[in-house]
Structures are given as C-alpha cells and as structure tokens.
Design a protein around this ligand. Structure first.
Ligand SMILES: [Zn+2]
Ligand SMILES: [Zn+2]
Length: 287
C-alpha cells in the first residue's frame, strides 16, 4: 500500500498545463499522495514562453513554473497547485551532448509551502538542423525518434516573428507539406527543422517529467522532525570527506544540511556517503 503521509491543504491539486502533462503527473500524485489532479480548461501556458521562441521565457525556470501553478490554482479557486517547466541546451561540461533540466514545482498557499522536484538528464532528443530537401529532413527525423516524437518546421531566416511555423508534425506527409510551404515562400533559403519539445509531442520528455515528479514526492515525504511540515529539504552540501588511507580531505560529501521552510529548524546529516572516502577519490593517494 502506498503511504499517504503528506498532509497538504487540499486533496485536489490543480495542474497548470496545456501540453498533456497530466498523463504522467496525475497518476504519480494520485498513487503516492492520494490526491486528485485537475487541469483548468483553455489554460494557455505560451504566454510564459515557448520552445519555438515566438515568446521568450520572461523569468527563470523555477519562477515560471511557480507562476503557472499559482495561476492555475486561482482559475479554479484551489489552495494547492503544480506545474512543470523544462529547459534544453548543451551540457555544461560535454557541449556535444544535449541536456534536459526538468522542474516540477508544487505550491500550497495555505501552508506557505513550495517544493521542487528536479531532474537533469542527457536522455533527450533535443536537436535542430537546417535542410533544403525532404530527404535531408527524413534523415534527421529518423535520428530523433520521429514519428513517435513530433517535429517543428519553420523559415530559418525569419525567427522569431514570422508566422510561418508548423508545430506538432507527426507524419511524413505533414513534414513534406510543411517543408514545401516554407520553400515556396523562401525558395533560396534553408528550412529550420527542430524536435518538438512540448510534452505531448515528446515521450522522452514525458519520462523526464515523470522522474521529476517522483523526486518531488520524495522531497515532500521528508518531514521536519520538529514541526512535521513537509518538504524538509537539503539546502547545502559540504565536501571534504577524509580519505580512509591518508586522512586528507577529498571532494566527496562530508555533510548534508537540511532546513525546514516552516520553523527554520536545521539538521546536519554527517557522512551521508559513509565515514571515510575510498582512496580512489583522494588527490594525494590517487593523483
Ligand atoms: Zn588519501
Ligand atoms: Zn519545522
């Protein structure tokens, strides 16, 4: 039996999405927290930014997710809301790899609680290219998991304002038609071709959102030992765990610090990865 040990202010959680994220978020929250998830109809999230850049995101990822969750709650006059926000880009250390950072933010206005589930993964098909022929487009499509994943076609020279943009392409016929239409307008241009990163067009992204939701549930279940408030989160990590051979500090974690959002209680968890570090992580014993 799942534990329903997280006490939120409402048994109904409002999800701010227009991209079908309830498919993955709702079953997890229902199973793990025993809540019902509802979605406002005609909820337009494009005003806060689109992956296709007609609308830039106006704030950081966490703020954007929080604002979407709050707006969804207000529409349906509820106390608890949730929303997710994804970002894509090159990996900071391995720039030839693409990275998806996915946040799921839960807000409980009555409790004054905000908890974030986060996943950073290189498991994404995020890619862009320029093509001048359907053959090139089909080759790209094959590499990015089409037609299980959707594509976007647009006129490359006119980003971001030109209305000639085709999203949610899921068949070869749609792909061909979109490319022909762009080339009809701009016969000497190349066509911008991208993976569609909206959740309902991208099952790989849906998996990342599911993982971030599980992470959110895990954090919610960590309660404050003093006041029992949910979301007793790790706020700081200190490295410097001593080497088991020479006793010098290593980059491994020595201490995790947790803090309650409600009463401010702090807890230092010493040696979360063991009391001493394996000499293989020691720059003195294993340079
Ligand atoms: Zn050592
Ligand atoms: Zn507390």
């Amino acid at each position: 039996m799942p534990e329903h040990n997280v006490q939120l202010s409402d048994q109904v959680v409002v999800l701010g999405t227009m991209h079908g994220k309830e498919q993955v978020i709702a079953p997890i929250l229902t199973q793990e927290l025993g809540v019902e998830v509802i979605v406002p109809t005609d909820f337009n999230t494009d005003q806060w930014g689109t992956f296709t850049r007609e609308m830039d995101r106006w704030a950081d990822q966490r703020t954007t997710a929080r604002v979407k969750a709050k707006q969804a709650m207000e529409i349906l006059h509820r106390l608890v809301g949730i929303a997710s926000e994804g970002s894509f880009g090159p990996h900071p250390t391995f720039p030839w790899l693409a990275v998806n950072r996915e946040l799921v933010v839960l807000v409980d206005v009555k409790l004054g609680l905000e908890v974030v589930g986060e996943v950073v993964t290189t498991k994404t098909n995020y890619r862009q290219t320029q093509v001048s022929h359907i053959t090139e487009a089909l080759e790209f499509a094959r590499q990015v998991g089409f037609p299980r994943h959707g594509l976007v076609v647009m006129a490359s020279e006119t980003i971001p304002t030109h209305p000639l943009i085709f999203k949610g392409i899921l068949t070869e016929v749609q792909l061909k038609t979109a490319i022909e239409q762009v080339l009809a307008h701009y016969p000497h241009s190349r066509v911008q071709l991208e993976t569609d990163m909206r959740a309902m067009m991208n099952p790989t992204r849906m998996e990342a959102i599911a993982q971030a939701t599980h992470e959110l549930v895990r954090k919610l279940r960590q309660t404050c030992p003093l006041c029992n408030y949910p979301g007793f989160e790790r706020v700081e990590q200190q490295s410097g765990l001593n080497c088991s051979q020479c006793n010098q500090p290593t980059p491994l974690i020595r201490l995790d610090r947790y803090q309650c959002q409600h009463c401010g209680h702090r807890h230092n968890h010493l040696f979360p990865q063991g009391k001493l570090a394996d000499p293989m992580y020691c720059s003195y014993c294993n340079p």
